[in-house]
Design a binder for this molecule. Structure first.
Ligand code: PEP
Ligand code: MG
Length: 545
């Protein structure tokens, strides 16, 4: 692999764990060296360029809709939602009006105008600190490339030529790029830019692809004929390794694989702590593929299905039948296992394609979760009816998001009982409250009286305990879900309501370094990403309570 070339050692930030190696494939974004831009001279040409723009928008909207459908069935409904949002952006008349104005004002081609306007839009988002705005900047850049390429008549994507088992080297990855990686089994990805919350990072973790980012000047250091060894356990990369480095890496890869295979086969069995307490390890899922992957990896059930994932696929509010259909398809493979579905958790950073949310000065502290549902009773009723019908065939548990006061849960309980009588359902689902605010944790007795179980949403519990926005990288230091404050809150809940079954479905559940500490707070159930189940089950086996 070395062939006498210089050995280089690089390092960066791990976005997704694992080991991978292969020949590098350097990906230069077409937008960076594109010269389909020309000036125009008269009003006829202005009209021509505007028509070309309209046609390009129609073309890429169609392409994006097809892509979204493909992603929905093959990968994940979250990613399908990304492309649906691209359709909404490109069809927004504010955007096309601004591009048309640019054509006329500057007398430039539609491609040139589109690039200028979209770069302005991108810049607005990329200068913000939080992950959501940065994701939005990636979305806009992705669309720029799509629109400018369509105007230039280019249809092939550079990654069409990406070889299987190659190591992708790029400045950053946009949502459309990730689709190519899914179908070509890349062995690792190296990036100059991209944070933990970027689309690329979420995607890489989702499919278990090793990924390291933040590698300075990567594109100018690495050459097309180089070979890369990527250790995304330590965050290090060796370019053109020598024979000794090769052997060492191979040994480590084999050991890792062995551990994984062993953990995977053991994960299919139920798990107990060293001193014999049975712990259930469930999966957080977003689509039917996840559910299948969860079961293959030994999930004891589905611990969190965020119902907003089902809603993301609709351009108008679904009725009970349509919603039930999505639930059946997504959760179908887990029909014989316990399944936990959470009611819509909309508000703050999460929205729906068909909803114009009321502007709030401080959305994270406003109408989200159950508070939002109280304002939209029809949306709540549809979910209750669909879930009651689902419970006829499933061992169903319903989770209520952002419960803070007992009234939040009493309202859902009454609605469930009344609706069950109305539609004649006798097999009632179990009801649980998400504990996501310090108030809910500290006064849990009044809430626990009315539910069958409690589940800690440690992502929000951390955000609200530390007053640190979970989407804002600038306060990362304060957003710490392994801080004593979080463990103390969970222990208080266990002491106050020792009879209530406790689970965690936030990210903390998947952090194997803390499994022992988490279980020693009285938690008996963990819900984690499908691929993390074997690791977490291994960590449970090593725990003494
Ligand atoms: C949480 O807050 O930990 C949680 C599981 O819910 P979400 O991440 O969807 O807000
Ligand atoms: Mg939450």
């Amino acid at each position: 692999m070395n062939n006498g070339r210089a050995i280089l050692k690089l390092s960066g930030k791990i976005l997704s764990h694992g080991l991978g190696e292969g020949k590098v494939f350097i990906y230069h974004d077409t937008l960076e060296h594109f010269d389909q831009f020309y000036n125009i001279v008269d009003n006829f040409q202005i009209e021509d360029e505007r028509n070309r723009l309209n046609q390009a928008i129609i073309k890429i909207s169609g392409d994006l809709n097809i892509l979204a459908d493909r992603v929905e069935t093959e990968i994940d409904s979250d990613f399908a939602g990304v492309f649906q949002s691209h359709v909404a952006i490109v069809q927004d008349t504010t955007l096309s009006d601004e591009i048309k104005k640019e054509i006329a004002d500057e007398l430039v081609s539609a491609g040139s105008a589109a690039r200028t306007v979209l770069r302005r839009w991108e810049h607005r988002f990329s200068s913000m600190e939080d992950d959501t705005s940065r994701q939005k900047a990636d979305d806009i850049r992705d669309l720029t490339r799509r629109l400018v390429s369509a105007l230039a008549g280019i249809h092939a994507h550079v990654l069409n030529d990406f070889p299987s088992d190659g190591v992708l080297v790029a400045r950053r990855l946009l949502p459309s790029d990730t689709i190519f990686l899914a179908s070509r089994s890349a062995s690792a990805v190296l990036l100059e830019e991209g944070g933990m919350g970027s689309h690329a990072a979420l995607f890489a973790r989702e499919i278990g692809l090793p990924c390291i980012s933040g590698i300075k000047n990567l594109l100018s250091i690495v050459r097309p004929d180089n070979y890369a060894q990527v250790d995304a356990e330590t965050g290090t990369i060796i370019i053109n390794p020598d024979a000794k480095q090769q052997r060492r890496f191979l040994k480590k890869s084999r050991q890792q694989k062995l551990i994984r295979v062993k953990a995977q086969s053991r994960a299919l069995k139920p798990v107990r702590t060293k001193d014999g307490t049975h712990i259930t390890v469930f999966a957080n899922v977003g689509c039917a593929n996840d559910t299948m992957r969860a079961i293959e990896n030994g999930a004891d059930g589905i611990g969190l299905y965020r119902i907003e994932k089902a809603y993301m696929g609709f351009q108008e509010p679904p009725n009970t039948v349509k919603l039930l259909d999505v639930l059946n398809k997504t959760l179908g493979p887990a029909r014989n296992l316990p399944v936990y579905v959470r009611l819509l958790d909309i508000g703050a950073d999460k929205t729906l394609p068909f909803l114009e949310l009321k502007k709030e000065p401080n959305p994270s502290l406003g109408l989200r979760g159950i508070r939002f549902l109280k304002e939209y009773p029809n949306l709540l009723q549809t979910q209750i009816d669909a879930l009651l019908q689902l419970s006829i065939h499933f061992n169903l548990h319903i989770l209520v998001p952002m419960v803070t006061l007992p009234g939040d849960i009493l309202l859902v309980k009454k609605l469930l009982n009344d609706s069950a009588i109305r539609i004649n359902v006798t097999r009632m689902p179990k009801l649980g409250a998400m504990i996501e605010t310090p108030a809910a944790a500290l006064a849990v007795s009044e809430i626990a009286k009315h539910v069958d179980f409690l589940s800690f949403g440690t992502n929000d519990l951390t955000q609200y305990t530390f007053a640190a926005d979970r989407e804002n990288g600038a306060v990362d230091l304060y957003f710490n879900d392994t801080h004593d404050a979080i463990f103390r809150l969970m222990s208080i809940v266990h002491e106050d309501v020792p009879e209530s079954p406790l689970s965690i479905c936030g990210e903390l559940a998947g952090n194997s370094e803390y499994t022992s500490r988490v279980l020693n707070c009285g938690i008996t159930s963990l819900s984690v990403a499908p691929l993390s189940i074997p690791t977490i089950k291994s960590a449970v086996r090593k725990t003494t309570l």
